[in-house]
Design a protein around this ligand. Structure first.
Ligand code: GTP
Ligand code: MG
Length: 336
């Protein structure tokens, strides 16, 4: 399932209710005084984080959101009811930018709330305008408009594992092999243009578009996708054995590919460079098993877990899947 990761909406908080002009009409009171109540406050626009990365899709069709209008005041000094707040449910990991003011809000944990816009205050009823010099004011004021604004909502995936690597490394193929995802696979660069997510035994694996050299400075699909792996727990870094056979580059070719992606992660920063990394050498079917063994050994010098896999080898796919489960388990017990 592809993910909508960026939307813009226009939001309008509720207008306050109007104050009203009313007079007391009571038995035995000859000239009733003013008792017109104030208007209720307009509803606020509030963002609330939920653990559902797909909810942004709901706003795709509905680009305008509004909160309720405050009710008008009434006689007997009654304040109008407050307008209803509108709660925008947004995925954990969303960054909200008010494009008009530049302020930003981050939703980090489920249940986090941020008030984006305040509803307008209600107007005053005539009772409010009563003074020693004016005992019978005929004046009431209208409710105030609620705040309005344009917002950009960007989602950084809250995934457990992020698949990173050059285009064509086999990221989407691996996602499909270890989860029930049906990500598009193609023999050309940038088959994946939007992140794909797969459910992996209750954890989420995110398959992002291929990273190219210069991505951290905005080349290719650039930082838009590097951003997505800033919140993952583990980066699975895929390197295809094509880098071994192309121009007979051998181990050098594999290492260069690895270093090039590392460089993008480091240049981008935001913690990407220090994340736990598992190295997955892909497309082992393209080379002799002895070469695979040698490369695994060489990459182990990085002191990181190293796996090797061909999509055509069920045992290897299972080994990768088991290793990822184990790493995730170790991490969650380590964090407690
Ligand atoms: N021989 C071989 N080919 C593979 C293997 N895994 C994937 N491929 C092929 O490699 C090509 C790229 O696979 P994808 O899974 O789309 O690669 P990707 O990393 O998601 O690519 P982008 O989305 O463009 O970044 C496809 O033609 C796949 O069929 C493998 O284990 N062995
Ligand atoms: Mg892909």
């Amino acid at each position: 399932m592809a993910l909508i990761d960026e939307i813009e909406i226009h939001a309008q908080a509720g207008r306050g209710g109007d104050g009203v002009v009313r007079w007391r009409h009571e038995k035995f009171i000859d000239r009733g005084g003013p008792n017109g109540g104030d208007g209720g406050k307009g509803g606020d626009i509030i963002a609330e984080a939920v653990r559902d990365v797909f909810v942004l899709a709901d706003y795709k069709a509905k680009r305008k959101v509004k909160a309720g209008r405050g009710g008008d005041g009434a006689g007997w000094s009654k304040t109008g009811p407050n307008g209803e707040d509108t709660i925008l449910k947004l995925p954990v990991g969303s960054t909200i930018t008010n494009l008009d003011t530049g302020s930003t809000y981050e939703l980090i944990e489920a249940g986090d709330r941020a008030k984006l816009l305040s509803g307008g205050n209600g107007g005053h009823g005539n009772e409010h305008f009563k003074s020693s010099t004016n005992q019978a004011p005929h004046r009431a004021s209208p409710g105030h408009d609620g705040e309005e604004g344009h917002f950009k909502i960007e989602l950084s995936l809250y995934a457990d594992v992020g698949l990173a690597g050059f285009p064509n490394a086999g990221k989407s193929s691996l996602l499909n092999a270890v989860t029930a995802a049906h990500a598009k696979v193609g023999s050309y660069a940038f088959t994946t243009l939007d992140p794909n997510l797969g459910d992996f035994y209750g954890r989420i694996i995110a398959d992002i578009p291929g990273i190219i050299e210069g991505a951290s400075e905005g080349k290719g699909l650039g930082t838009k996708f590097l951003r997505h792996i800033t919140k993952t727990k583990i980066i699975a870094h895929l390197i295809s054995f094509e880098h071994f056979i192309t121009a007979e580059a051998g181990h050098e070719g594999m290492m260069r590919a690895y270093e090039a992606i590392r460089k993008e992660l480091t240049t981008y920063g935001k913690g990407l460079e220090n994340k736990d990394e598992v190295v997955i050498l892909t497309k082992t079917d393209l080379v002799d098993p002895k070469i695979v063994e040698k490369e695994v050994k060489a990459f182990k010098k990085l002191k990181k877990p190293v796996l090797a896999v061909s999509m055509y080898n069920d045992a290897e796919v299972k080994a990768v899947s088991d290793a990822l489960i184990k790493l995730l388990e170790e991490m969650s017990t380590g964090n407690e």
